[in-house]
Design a protein around this ligand. Structure first.
Ligand code: GLO
Ligand code: MG
Length: 349
């Protein structure tokens, strides 16, 4: 098999081994301690962990800065002892009663101040865990009704917040993770185009990148591999959250390739063609187990996602490039479609 151009290492977050609660019913699996999740990670084929600030240091709003830093350093030791790297730490700004009407874009100046202060603590935790990458998912920066927030002001408030973060730490790199809806009805930074444009509006565009999540692109009606390609063309694809999504439903976070294998193939293919991972980028699996899954089989969604990634990588590197070029030249896309399907399905061609 031809050698792969990309260099892949994989990560997930503690929230990806969950208890199966949903808005209509309680949890159905018992919680797994973080230490155990970290121990399980390598055996599942992963090398890195992603954190929210309060995954790394629980209840941090009630702790002093010194206490938070001491706990973050303790977490670094735990990761080191398991040989696990931290990919990023993301500020979790959507749980606090202070951010009900938004964090960086709240109408309440006290809420905005809280959001910035909390983000600075998140940056300090990033440093303690020896990562310079912070993911920002702008969960509550949007509206339930348009009249409640001014879209121009919202955009400029987010830009100002990003500038404050970039000024706070000169080594910080920020990855904006866009999502069009959920929990809000209409998010202000809804697609990868918005995320990249937002980076260019800041004082340090060179430290602004983005993260494409499969499900979020699909929820915006877009093809995730096109979104990845657009970000790659800008040199801004600094991480991905692979998963799957059955069209315009709630955010499903299904196992990678579970719904649309061809979509999954094209995501792997675009990453592979551009040597993803050569600059240290991680492949994150932002997947959730089905609620029906039993306690004893609560990590299959992670290993299944990885298995499909590796299989599709094989399909990407063995794709007949010569034939592809010939069919493109002949403008015979029906035949290219047939070849692609035969290749993916292992049919005789
Ligand atoms: C939710 C997002 C969420 C983020 C995580 C990291 O839809 O995908 O899981 O990726 O909070 O910021
Ligand atoms: Mg995500």
């Amino acid at each position: 098999m031809p050698k792969s151009k990309g260099k892949y290492r994989f990560s997930f977050g503690p929230w990806n081994i969950d208890e199966g609660g949903d808005p209509f019913g309680p949890t159905v699996r018992t919680p797994i301690a973080l230490a155990k999740k970290i121990k399980t990670l390598k055996g599942l084929g992963f090398d890195g962990i992603q954190f929210h600030d309060d995954d790394a240091v629980p209840d941090l709003d009630d702790k002093s800065h010194a206490q938070i830093m001491a706990e973050a350093k303790k977490m670094k030791k735990i990761l080191d002892s398991e040989g696990v790297k931290c990919e990023f730490v993301a500020p979790r700004l959507w749980f606090s009663p202070k951010t009900i009407d938004g964090a960086y874009t709240s109408h309440d100046p006290a809420a905005r101040k809280y959001a910035i202060e909390r983000t600075k603590i998140c940056i300090d935790i990033n440093n303690a865990l020896e990562t310079s990458h912070m993911v920002v998912w702008l969960a509550r920066e949007g509206t339930y009704i348009r009249e409640s927030k001014n879209p121009v002001e919202q955009t400029l408030l987010i830009r100002d917040a990003l500038n404050a973060m970039l000024d706070y730490d000169k080594n910080l790199k920020i990855l904006v993770e866009p999502k069009p809806n959920e929990p809000v009805d209409s998010a202000i930074i809804s697609t990868i185009g918005h995320a990249i444009a937002l980076g260019y509006m800041t004082n340090h565009p060179e430290r602004m990148g983005c993260l494409v999540e499969t499900a979020h692109s699909i929820l915006a009606g877009l093809d995730p591999s096109d979104d990845m390609g657009f970000a790659l063309a800008h040199g801004k694809l600094w991480s991905v959250h692979l998963n799957d999504q059955g069209g315009l439903k709630f955010d499903q976070d299904k196992s990678f390739g579970s719904y649309n294998l061809r979509h999954a193939f094209n995501q792997v293919r675009v990453l592979e063609e551009y040597g993803f991972g050569r600059n240290g980028e991680w492949v994150g699996m932002d997947v959730k187990a089905m609620r029906t899954q039993k306690q004893t089989a609560n990590t299959k969604h992670l290993s299944n996602s990885l298995e499909r990634f590796h299989f599709l990588l094989g399909k990407a590197v063995t794709f007949n490039k010569k034939l592809e070029a010939e069919l493109i030249k002949a403008r015979d896309y029906e035949e290219l479609d047939r070849y692609t399907i035969c290749h993916l399905m292992g049919m005789k061609y």
